[in-house]
Design a protein around this ligand. Sequence first.
Ligand code: AMP
Length: 238
Amino acid sequence: MSSFVRALERGREMESKTVPGPILLLGAPGVGKGTQARELVKIWGIPQISTGDLLRANVARGTSVGKVAKEIMQRGELVPDSLVDEMVALRLQQPDTANGYILDGFPRTLGQADWLDGRVAAKPDSLPVIAVSINVDYNQLLRRICGRRNCPVCQTIYNVYVNPPKQPGICDVEGAALVQRADDTEEVFKERMRAYGALTKPVVDHYRDLGRFAEVDGDRPIGVIAAGIVAAVERLRQ
Ligand code: AMP
């Protein structure tokens, strides 16, 4: 049996054994946090909470949060902690988070990490947070970000270089015209990487220092990365 198949099977085994608790997916823009979060949702049956998706939904609905966030996001900068924390707090009140949740793109600052740690510690029945950082090198990320296209209907993610749709610009599943995120340009990518290095790298160090931390190589097939994350979480939960 190939290591790939074994890895996938190991991922599935975890489904019934591990209560995952709160899991944070950390990593630079384009490492595949969203893709991995969706894989882990299938394995563990807990929700994905993506602050980027929540913010984009607020922008699309024209809410007061969306009005503040829109231009900040277009520049590739970070939305103020207070707004993002509040959005996450509301989402964490939903009952589907009882056995755990996958935070994708949060916390991105030490302030957000402190807020989250405090919130989790205040819930006596909650398991502690586990952070997993997905690592991919800079040039690979640039290609992933600038080539990324999404289906606006089913959210399938394509890449014009490495995972193109059968017909250019058209979703294989829905037949809808694919769209590019406004912040998926080289210029904005550079600003997002700068924000990551200055503000989010310290969050990675914070969870590494606490010892509830794992790193996975994000330059591998999707199922293998997911299995690596599941194995790391299982180890850290023992
Ligand atoms: P993402 O989809 O995670 O790449 O996020 C897209 C953009 O949303 C980021 O470049 C930020 O402008 C904003 N954003 C997402 N999550 C956060 C967060 N936790 N804190 C601040 N800004 C965020």
